[in-house]
Design a protein around this ligand. Structure first.
Ligand SMILES: [Zn+2]
Length: 318
């Protein structure tokens, strides 16, 4: 498992998923398209002028990219921006939301949540590698399926599934808000005219080693661009009236962790900065805005920023 290549590999190689959990994926695709339609209608209604005019031209594609991705290609009619998000990505957000709900009820399952997080991280890294060598991705198990396989720290989860409908309903807004942020982050890349390195760098490369090396040299996007897109999305959400609670989304944070890792030693080679740094930067923007924040939440925000500082020190980040 290499964390360095993960973010580099992920974006460039869309692939064909052959999931055995086809049903989950199929219904996830329908829901993904529904959510994106709602999100775009909301941007049209409440968004800033720049968000509206940027989104107007975007072609949304629900495909199999491992992580969401935005690109702008030029043709004779002008630029042709596209945003790609996969149904598997949405499903991951749902799974993480389910896990959050479960540990909020049973604190003794914290350790299980951690194990599940590690599992997701490894799976995504593995799938990114497989994608680079044109192999189909492996399935990602739902929490209850994962729990059944490892037992021990996860004992007791299976009995909580299937979640009652009222519980399922609590996950919907979490997933929706996380996707909203992700969509705006990608829209931000387009609005800010960020340039990514395209597939052309792989042209003429034949061996897997050559391709891997090209990946390692090429930053798909710079870290600076990632922070800028996060900030753009956060300000846009604040403008559109998001609450402080909606802006800090645990499933999204966990997914960032799973996809960008936790080790700043690798940051320089990784296009996506460390997840905790990204979240700390988002929190700083929220704190400096004029949206109202409950005192407990503000306390939690400051605690997170301090936690991030301690983490940076302990990992001896630059
Ligand atoms: Zn990005």
């Amino acid at each position: 498992m290499t964390r360095i290549t993960l973010a580099l590999l992920i974006a460039l190689y869309p692939l064909l998923a052959q999931a055995s959990s086809k049903e989950d994926l199929e219904s996830s695709k329908t829901k993904l398209n529904q959510y994106i339609r709602l999100i775009r209608a909301n941007i049209e209604k409440h968004g800033t002028q720049i968000a509206k005019s940027t989104d107007w031209n975007v072609n949304f594609i629900a495909d199999q990219s491992i992580i969401p991705y935005a690109e702008s290609t030029n043709n004779s009619e002008g630029t042709n921006p596209k945003i790609r998000i996969s149904s598997q990505f949405r499903l991951l957000l749902v799974y993480l939301g389910e896990m959050q709900l479960i540990i909020s009820k049973k604190r003794n399952l914290m350790k299980c949540n951690e194990e599940y997080g590690n599992y997701l991280f490894e799976r995504m890294a593995l799938n990114a590698k497989r994608a680079a060598t044109s192999l189909p991705p492996l399935d990602i198990s739902a929490p209850e399926v994962f729990a059944a396989k490892i037992d021990g720290v996860c004992a007791g989860i299976s009995k909580m599934f299937p979640l009652p409908e009222s519980e399922e309903e609590k996950i919907t807004p979490l997933t929706y808000n996380a996707l909203y942020f992700v969509y705006l982050h990608e829209l931000g890349h387009i609005a800010l005219k960020h340039k990514a390195i395209g597939d052309e760098i792989f042209y003429g490369l034949t061996t897997e080693n050559e391709k891997m090396e090209a990946f390692l040299k090429a930053n798909v996007r710079t870290q600076h661009q990632e922070y800028a897109a996060d900030a753009w999305a956060t300000r846009e959400l604040i403008h559109e009236g998001a609450t402080a609670e909606q802006l800090v989304n645990i499933p999204l944070f966990e997914l960032l962790l799973a996809s960008s890792g936790l080790d700043c030693q690798f940051e320089k080679a990784n296009s996506h900065p460390m997840a905790t740094d990204r979240y700390a930067a988002i929190i700083r923007i929220i704190l400096s805005s004029n949206i109202s924040i409950r005192p407990e939440l503000a306390g939690a925000y400051h605690e997170f920023i301090n936690f991030n500082k301690r983490l940076e020190n302990s990992l001896s980040c630059p």
